[in-house]
Design a protein around this ligand. Structure first.
Ligand SMILES: *[C@@H]1O[C@H](CO)[C@@H](O)[C@H](O)[C@H]1NC(C)=O
Ligand SMILES: *[C@@H]1O[C@H](CO)[C@@H](O)[C@H](O)[C@H]1NC(C)=O
Ligand SMILES: *[C@@H]1O[C@H](CO)[C@@H](O)[C@H](O)[C@H]1NC(C)=O
Ligand SMILES: *[C@@H]1O[C@H](CO)[C@@H](O)[C@H](O)[C@H]1NC(C)=O
Ligand SMILES: *[C@@H]1O[C@H](CO)[C@@H](O)[C@H](O)[C@H]1NC(C)=O
Length: 433
């Protein structure tokens, strides 16, 4: 079997921004996004500091309002037609962010460390429309997992104000590696299946604690110093950026900062199963078990969906067939069955990843671990040359997960209109073929 060389990139230090090419059906995609930087001192604004209660943060942000992991974001309501943001010096200079008004299409811009960017003005599409949804909401998401932004201040027009908008009462957490982080999809985190799943369900808050190359097992995998069985309990990811900003003093994630997730989707093990990382089956299963017990400890009512692993495809004769992961396929299924056994449910175990302690709860519980079989969802051309789902592959995984969640938990689809995935409008406008 070919090695998953793409995963090597994962977690390796990316010191300076590289110029890369994004292909859409073999054509180079333009990435010259509008320059939104302005001179702050030349404007008169109402300014709100990063800790203002009107600003709602999604995903993981640290005590200095620096973002981590995949597709973290902010959201707030505002009056007027002006929104500008000052990004702190701890921002990855030039990082691409997506932002939008209400449910309109995402817009993109590269933001600068220490710079102020004017993101909404009277000429921004949608700015002058009447609002069926009041107030106007503004949302921003970081597209890349390895980079982040630091929020220093949010500005609106003189005499205007920020408004706190209520958070949605449904919450999804996705725990994973590059596959969930959106590596090699066109807008990375914003094209990932993890984002497509949660944003596509609509009216759902989401947090994607996924990082390329990371294992479940707590060991170095492709340059990520720790595995998810450790890192998920911490605010920052395993990036080089985190080693610089959090290396000395890692911040533990304060789970009380946000309401508990209702559904936790876990897709981890692709890096563990790679012989390069030498993770044994017992260590992998122990780590995945502890991640689930960690989730259950933090959020006792969360439902956990464990996904089966997939790799790419190979051609044999006149068709294509899936490469089987080097192990773990049956072990993950058996682990899920163990969680659903009477003996486990009558006395479940929880785990604290910071204290590294495991204990019995003595609390009888209902089954909360669900197995999601990915086999057959993607076909050979849904995995790109870099061994990750294409945009279409990601959409398939997201769509099937949404339907699974609807059928298993009775969640309805509440997006029904707003843009979820950007730049996916491929179609045929030729009626006369
Ligand atoms: C920003 O605006 C102030 C006030 O108009 C001006 O003094 C300063 O030179 C400007 N800075 C830049 C970098 O344009
Ligand atoms: C903006 O971000 C995109 C995606 O990372 C990148 O391809 C592009 O080079 C960046 N542009 C600038 C001016 O930094
Ligand atoms: C960035 O750092 C410079 C120099 O330390 C400081 O003057 C400036 O206020 C900082 N800007 C922000 C937005 O934090
Ligand atoms: C892989 O793990 C086995 C068992 O833990 C150990 O004996 C072996 O030395 C390891 N190999 C590498 C290359 O680390
Ligand atoms: C997953 O689905 C495939 C294809 O339908 C099937 O062959 C396999 O047995 C399933 N695995 C489990 C554990 O149900």
């Amino acid at each position: 079997m070919r090695s998953l060389s793409s995963l090597v990139i994962a977690g390796l230090t990316i010191l300076s921004r590289v110029t890369a090419t994004i292909l859409q059906n073999g054509q180079v995609k333009p990435t010259n996004y509008p320059d939104t930087r302005i001179n702050l001192s030349a404007q008169s604004f109402e300014t709100y500091p990063a800790n203002s209660i009107e600003i709602s943060y999604q995903g993981r942000w640290d005590s200095k309002y620096v973002s981590w992991w995949s597709a973290p974001g902010i959201r707030f309501g505002y009056t007027g037609q002006t929104v500008a943001i000052t990004f702190g010096n701890l921002t990855s200079d030039g990082v691409l962010v997506a932002y939008r008004i209400g449910g309109l299409d995402w817009m993109f811009t590269n933001v600068t460390a220490g710079g102020t960017h004017l993101l909404v003005s009277p000429t921004t599409p949608g700015s002058a429309l009447t609002a069926p949804i009041n107030p106007w909401t503004f949302e921003l998401r970081v597209t890349n997992w390895a980079y982040g932004v630091q929020i220093t201040a949010v500005h609106v027009g003189a005499g205007d104000k920020l408004i706190k908008v209520p958070e949605f009462d449904r919450r999804i957490e996705v725990i994973g590696d590059s596959l969930a982080a959106g590596m090699y999809t066109s807008y990375e985190g914003l094209s990932s299946w993890a984002y497509g799943l949660a944003a596509g369900l609509g009216n759902t808050e989401y947090s994607i604690t996924a990082y390329p190359g990371i294992c479940a097992a707590d060991q170095d995998c492709w340059g990520n110093p720790r595995g998810q069985v450790h890192q998920w309990f911490y605010t920052a990811d395993t990036s080089y950026r985190a080693s610089v900003l959090h290396g000395e003093k890692p911040e533990t994630w304060d789970f009380s900062k946000r309401p508990a997730a209702d559904i936790v989707v876990i897709n981890i093990g692709t890096n563990d199963q790679n012989s390069h990382n030498n993770v044994s089956t017992p260590i992998y299963i122990d780590s995945l078990t502890k991640i689930i017990q960690g989730v259950h400890g933090k959020w006792p009512n969360a439902q956990v969906i464990v996904m089966s692993l997939w790799l790419g495809f190979y051609q044999s004769g006149n068709s294509y067939f899936p490469n089987a992961p080097q192990g773990f396929v049956n072990d993950i299924y058996q682990m899920a069955q163990m969680f659903n056994s009477e003996s486990y449910l009558s006395n479940p175990t929880v785990y604290d990843g910071v204290e590294k302690k495991i204990w019995q709860t003595n609390k009888k519980t209902k089954p909360f671990v669900h197995y999601f079989n990915t086999t057959g969802i993607m076909q050979h051309n849904d995995i790109g040359p870099q061994w990750h789902p294409t945009d279409v592959g990601a959409i398939k995984v997201a769509s099937h997960l949404q339907q699974f969640i609807r059928m298993t938990f009775g969640w309805d689809f509440q997006a029904a209109g707003p843009e979820v995935l950007h730049d996916t409008l491929y179609w045929n406008d030729e009626p006369g073929y």
